[in-house]
Write a protein that binds this ligand. Sequence first.
Ligand SMILES: C[S@@+](CC[C@H](N)C(=O)[O-])C[C@H]1O[C@@H](n2cnc3c(N)ncnc32)[C@H](O)[C@@H]1O
Length: 257
Amino acid sequence: MTNKTWDAKEYAKNSKGQEVWAKELIKKLYLDGTESILDIGCGDGKITNMLANLTSGRVVGIDASEEMISLAKSIYKKPTFLQMDALKMNFKDEFDFLFSNAALHWIKDQKTLLKGVHKALKKGGRILFQMGGAGNARVVFSALDLTIPSYKRYFKDFDFPYAFYDDKFYLDLLKRHNFRDIEVNLIKKDMIHDDILAFKGWLETTWFPYLNVLPKNLRENFLAELIENYIKLSPLDSQNRVHIDMVRLEVNALKGE
Ligand SMILES: C[S@@+](CC[C@H](N)C(=O)[O-])C[C@H]1O[C@@H](n2cnc3c(N)ncnc32)[C@H](O)[C@@H]1O
């Protein structure tokens, strides 16, 4: 059985939702066009490239996935891409902005992350992060609860892969890691997939930890049952689109002394 991880090409095709959110987030950077920026968990690099087109400063994208970094390097030439676990980054006073979209909820050890983040920022530098937050994708989890019992034996040692923190937790964490002028908000977002196929693509691409525990020959059945259960709980709209009730944790703060 081969395990799925990030399939960079599939992610590039199935990440329209994340791209919409990234564009909204980038507008909140209010760049003057000279800043240096680090994009944490840059994935296929398309968002990092958008950032690089908005500044003459150095733009670096880091991601733990070799496949993502290799795809990003092959397409986008302006930013620098580095394969790196965000928990091991060791930049010192290098960036005006640290940016991250749809990535940091994959990192449970936020304390180690924030130590590296603080160190990487220049004096007066700022962070702008958006990640999955408390209550994210509630109906997907309800559909998983309905689907998993028939596959129970494969989920015995399942390790919940996400860290969906709430605003109070993150505010406290930022204060303790010497950030100031902090704004932390949980924001509800309606993620829309144009049809069931697009929904399936998104599930296959970003919910792979749930597929990894299954033998390969059961994965299609599991996905079909999961989708059926989801549609029962959250029916298609009049245009046959699928809506997902996402909650994002948005974080904006300045580096303290
Ligand atoms: C959903 S993708 C988001 C990609 C991109 N930021 C976007 O908005 O399209 C999440 C990315 O986070 C990366 N990631 C997860 N854990 C990481 C870690 N510890 N260090 C660096 N990257 C990580 C994954 O490899 C993946 O490429």
